[in-house]
Design a binder for this molecule. Structure first.
Ligand SMILES: [Zn+2]
Length: 242
């Protein structure tokens, strides 16, 4: 067998499989799969959903997360359809941590360029320490780390000086109906009042939003200590309740 030339070896090393269709590609997701992902080109999703003109009629604007928003800006990468329905559960429940990088890179590429005002600090929605120990990582924090690297915006600490903490253990939202979800999330978060006071604009990062209840509860806790702060929310997927 003829030995491979250095160039062939180098090219082979660059080629790997698309995480969605397993075709060979030099990207994590091949161009064909990326063009299939409808979230990327959807004109409405390119915008801050809290500021979309109310003459626009679209299902996304009727969504609870938009109607009940207790924050200033909502930026979403896409509706919770394929491929997000594959990538996010794989990241969250099956240890595929590298998908956080892919999702955050898409967010930077397809959403951040439309923003005029970037936040001063990134706050991933905190997990309770018990859930953190079960899972071994916080998926929102992994997404936030890539965002932080690309945008040069610091990320909130996770130690005792963290801006926000989850102080109460809650049942997974996916196991509850709408009313149970609301009750489940009351008074879950605590805020560091001195630390939050130094910011004028923060962003909360999460993987999937359903009713927005978790994030609204976190915002209410923050506003109690910093009523004039601007809060943006960046989320990868926007889900509907089944
Ligand atoms: Zn593919």
């Amino acid at each position: 067998m003829r030995p491979s030339s250095p160039l062939t070896t180098e090219l082979k090393a660059m080629w790997h499989q698309c995480v969605l269709c397993q075709e060979h590609t030099i990207l994590n997701v091949c161009e064909l799969c990326e063009s299939d992902a409808d979230f990327i080109q959807h004109t409405l999703l390119r915008q801050n959903l809290c500021a979309v003109n109310d003459t626009v009629t679209d299902d996304y604007l009727e969504h609870d997360a938009v109607l009940n928003a207790k924050f200033d800006e909502l930026w979403i990468l896409g509706v919770y359809h394929y491929p997000l329905t594959y990538l996010i559960p794989a990241l969250k429940f099956h240890g595929q941590r590298h998908f956080a990088t892919l999702l955050a890179q898409w967010f930077v590429l397809y959403r951040v360029k439309y923003m005029t005002d970037l936040p001063q600090v990134i706050i991933p929605v905190p997990l309770h320490w018990r859930r953190f120990l079960q899972r071994g990582y916080n998926q929102a924090e992994l997404i936030a780390q890539t965002l932080s690297q690309h945008l040069h915006i610091p990320i909130d600490k996770t130690d005792r000086d963290a801006l926000v903490k989850r102080r109460r253990y809650t049942k997974p939202q996916s196991e509850l109906n709408q009313e149970q979800r609301r009750q489940n999330m009351q008074h879950v978060f605590s805020v560091n009042p001195q630390a939050i006071a130094q910011y004028q604009h923060i962003v909360i990062v999460d993987d999937v939003m359903t009713t927005g209840g978790t994030i609204n509860d976190l915002c209410k806790a923050i506003y109690r200590h910093a009523p004039h702060i601007k809060i943006s929310v960046w989320c990868i997927g926007l889900s509907t309740i089944e």
